[in-house]
Design a protein around this ligand. Structure first.
Ligand SMILES: *Cc1c(COP(=O)(O)O)cnc(C)c1O
Length: 461
């Protein structure tokens, strides 16, 4: 159908009949919308949901343009880093065994270092997750008698056992590293007085979590992180400032290492893996910090020299290359969801108009049915396992049943569209990712569809 119109349009242009040509364009556009809406119908989205969501999408055009501008800058940043390090197809070759002279691995680390403006980086498949990378950075740089400080409140759940906030075998606490924490003030401001008092002669490393993770505090902007680091260094210049950068990469045009962080740490099955990395983590920063981390990751004396990349380099490079636009799609999805659910009267964090500093969106439904229907909608929109229905279950380590939705190509990948929520008050769901904006859009429309079908939401006519 489209082809025919395009052909006619060309004829009309040729004959100088511009009015008829523009009519054809209008017709063609209409046809396009009819076809796309028909696809949405076939996927299970009703016309009222389509109309409601399309109106919201239309109102976000300018916002999306800003997101695209950030992606454009970051895309150039990644390409520049790859060109500066002369990335070539020899770097995609697999190594095995010890992995000595793994040129692809070493060059990838140079690319990360260039891009993050650091002296060095560790980017490895044997950093098996974000938690593992954070554990290596912390345990590699802390020694018995040292103290670790978090000036931004409680760290991410899994770090509680790494640090020993919750007693755990092999924690930093067992190795004689003490921990101190200064909570954020109401509204998410830094408690500068408290932080100044907490820094002492033992304070060796400060850990700053950029993303709110699953806590009800605001995510920190890179600028705020810079102010905090400057304050800490003004009190104790030699302290190592580490930033947990999970979910933050490429959301802004600068990263924490551009504002004084000595080390940043993240997961490759989140933003910088671009959806293609099947495993991995990174630590980027000052050479001495990275070296110490590498001796912890492999063994004292071996450090960065070993660790075969086993043929994963191509997906690391290509995933990094795609990451800026993938992240942009995920942010668009988060902004879209915030606006859809805000308009329906639910509490959303961040709200529909706030600036974004990570890709996570929280929506409070206030009822178990709301959380469950939302997650079932996300699942139903997935390219993988769309036919399964997620249900809440008692997961180890949680004090309430949790429901999770993910139809991902990489297990547990949260740069892919995913959602989860504990079945307890305030009945909030956390949702993130989407390898493409269109998939994120479908997921959110489907979540609304399920909420309507389950009687949680009604759309006004
Ligand atoms: C995801 C995340 C982690 C842990 O990463 P995993 O890969 O799940 O182990 C740590 N900190 C923050 C802020 C995160 O979002």
């Amino acid at each position: 159908m489209r082809k025919i119109y395009r052909g006619c349009r060309l004829e009309a242009w040729k004959e100088g009949d511009f009015k008829s040509a523009s009519n054809m364009i209008i017709k063609e556009r209409r046809q396009y919308f009819m076809n796309t809406n028909e696809m949405y119908r076939q996927l299970g989205i009703s016309d009222p949901v389509l109309a409601f969501c399309n109106e919201i999408e239309d109102s976000l055009k300018e916002r999306f343009e800003t997101i695209d501008e950030t992606a454009e800058y970051n895309q150039m940043k990644v390409i520049k880093a790859m060109q500066d390090n002369r990335v070539s197809d020899i770097h995609f070759a697999a190594t095995t065994g010890y992995g000595y002279n793994d040129l692809g691995r070493d060059t990838l680390e140079e690319v990360y270092a260039s891009m993050f403006h650091t002296e060095a980086a560790l980017v490895r498949p044997n950093l098996i997750s974000g938690t593992h990378a954070l554990h290596i950075a912390l345990s590699g740089n802390l020694r018995p008698g040292d103290e670790l400080l978090s000036p931004v409140g409680k760290p991410y759940d899994t770090l509680e056992e790494v640090i020993g906030i919750r007693d755990s075998v092999g924690s930093l606490k067992e190795y004689g590293v003490s921990y101190r924490q200064v909570d954020l003030l109401p509204g998410g401001k830094f408690d500068y007085d408290g932080i100044a008092k907490a820094i002492n002669e033992k304070t060796k490393l400060v850990t700053i979590q950029r993303s709110k993770g699953y806590d009800p505090r605001p995510t920190l902007s890179v600028e705020q992180i810079g102010e905090l680091i400057a304050f800490i260094k003004s009190i104790k210049p030699e302290v190592i400032c580490m930033v947990d950068n999970c979910y933050g990469e490429f959301v802004e045009t600068i990263e924490p290492t551009d504002v004084g962080a000595d080390m940043i740490v993240g997961s490759l099955i989140k933003n910088p893996g671009g959806g293609l990395a099947p495993i991995g983590g990174y630590i980027a920063g000052r050479k001495d910090c990275i070296d110490r981390s590498s001796y912890r990751l492999s063994a004292p004396g071996l450090g960065k020299e070993v660790g075969a990349s086993l043929g994963l380099n191509t997906s690391f490079y290509q995933g990094l290359f795609l990451s800026p636009t993938v992240v942009a799609g995920a942010i668009k999805g988060a902004v879209f969801a915030a606006n859809v659910y805000e308009k329906l009267g639910f509490a959303v964090v961040p709200n529909g108009t706030e600036e974004r500093y990570d890709i996570i969106q929280a929506i409070t439904f206030g009822t178990p049915e709301g959380v469950i229907a939302f997650c079932q909608g996300i699942q139903a929109a997935a390219p993988v396992d769309s036919f399964v229905t997620p249900e809440p279950w008692d997961m180890p380590g949680y004090d309430a049943p949790v429901i999770m939705a993910a139809g991902a190509f990489v297990q547990g990948s949260s740069i892919e569209l995913s959602a989860d929520g504990p079945i307890k008050p305030p009945y909030a769901v956390y949702f993130q990712g989407g390898l493409t904006w269109y998939h994120a859009k479908l997921g959110i429309m489907m979540s609304l569809q399920k909420l309507i079908e389950n009687g949680v939401v009604t759309l006004k006519k």
